[in-house]
Design a protein around this ligand. Structure first.
Ligand SMILES: Cc1cc2nc3c(=O)[nH]c(=O)nc-3n(C[C@H](O)[C@H](O)[C@H](O)COP(=O)(O)OP(=O)(O)OC[C@H]3O[C@@H](n4cnc5c(N)ncnc54)[C@H](O)[C@@H]3O)c2cc1C
Length: 322
């Protein structure tokens, strides 16, 4: 049995940020992830300046593709809006691996199945024993499933379903584009260029609203692909995308109980308008680390619930952090 002060289940941005801060604070921890890293993660991979700042991320230190996106185009039925909002476009395949390695915590490949309380701590699959446990396993987090399900943090009406593809394709347009409510779609389509000849496209919507309309997300994927081909932004029909679900922020409850914490998607924290989940994952990870080190209680209030607010702030500030 391996004993450690803190076990973090899941090595995405939430888990890796938590591990990074814990190590800075001198708390011993390890990361468990069921996937071998680097691993694919469906995500548009847009990181806000605030999130980058919280992690002390600088372009010069980052060894992978890093593309500054300086403007966003939001398209609606009746017109389009351009917002200058500097964000960083990364590939999660590279970013998550780099973050986990940078944390300095051991990353062990292990799929967590069983958790039991023992004394003042936890035993995980009879292989790991810890005093504090952090659930950072995303939307299928076993810590959420086994210890927090009754809190109903992840509400059905806030569940997002998404199809996405990241593939090698020249970006015929250098900016980020979002198309909202196309043909009654309760969500949006996106087009996000990446560095080094990669492109990310996808469609995401509220699952329940889509079902209520007896609509099908695949129809919108097809519609979107056809539109990009017609614009000359795609050369041919794209390969089949991958699918994933996660939850937008619900009640303002900090999920902590008897030494167990939930962070990131496992707590359902993505912003309510754009479904931005990387920043809340990072922030909740950092806050959980501070709480475990006894510096502050674990709280989620003040966490941005709407991306529009930070977009507007960036617009007003017009200052770029590089
Ligand atoms: C299609 C799509 C596009 C998106 N685009 C954006 C975007 O552009 N910007 C943005 O900010 N957010 C975006 N999001 C949301 C964002 O991807 C998530 O909010 C973010 O990844 C949450 O990070 P996390 O660390 O909580 O979880 P994850 O990144 O999902 O990491 C969870 C980890 O836990 C591991 N795990 C799960 N179960 C177990 C287990 N039993 N044992 C061990 N390990 C386990 C998984 O393997 C995984 O590595 C998007 C999401 C989707 C689906």
């Amino acid at each position: 049995m391996r004993e450690v002060e803190v076990v973090i289940v899941g090595a995405g941005p939430a888990g890796a940020s938590c591990a990074w801060r814990l190590r800075q604070l001198g708390v011993e921890c390890l990361l468990l992830d069921r996937e071998p890293f680097p691993r694919d993660k469906l995500c548009g991979g847009l990181v806000t300046q605030e999130a980058a700042r919280e992690l002390g991320l600088r372009e010069r230190d980052y060894p992978h593709g890093w593309l500054w996106i300086d403007r966003f185009y939001f398209h609606f039925r009746r017109g389009s809006l351009m917002l200058p909002s500097p964000q960083i476009s990364i590939r999660r395949f590279e970013f998550d691996h780099w973050l986990a390695e940078r944390s300095g915590a051991p990353l062990i490949r292990h799929e967590v199945r069983e958790i039991r309380r023992e004394g003042d701590g936890f035993v995980i699959d009879d292989r790991f024993r810890c005093r504090r446990l952090v659930g950072a396993g995303g939307s299928r987090c076993p810590v959420h499933r086994l210890l927090f399900r009754d809190l109903e943090l992840r509400q059905r009406e806030r569940q997002i379903t998404a199809l996405e593809l990241e593939f090698r394709h020249p970006a015929r347009n250098p900016h980020c584009h979002f198309w909202f409510f196309e043909d009654g779609f309760p969500g949006y389509y996106w087009y996000i260029p990446k560095a080094d000849g990669w492109l990310n496209i996808g469609v995401g919507a509220l699952a329940q609203a889509l079902k209520a309309r007896q609509d099908n997300i695949w129809r919108h994927w097809q519609r979107f692909a056809d539109r990009l081909i017609a614009r000359g932004w795609l050369d041919a029909p794209p390969p089949r995308p991958g699918g994933h679900t996660y939850h937008l922020a619900g009640p303002n409850i900090a999920p902590v109980r008897d030494g167990a914490y939930l962070i990131g998607d496992s707590a359902g924290l993505a912003t309510r308008d754009l479904g931005e989940g990387i920043r809340p994952a990072i922030e909740s990870g950092l806050r959980a680390a501070e709480a475990i080190a006894g510096r502050a209680p674990y709280r989620l209030d003040g966490l941005e619930r709407h991306s529009a607010k930070s977009l507007l702030r960036a617009l007003l500030r017009r200052r770029w952090w590089r």
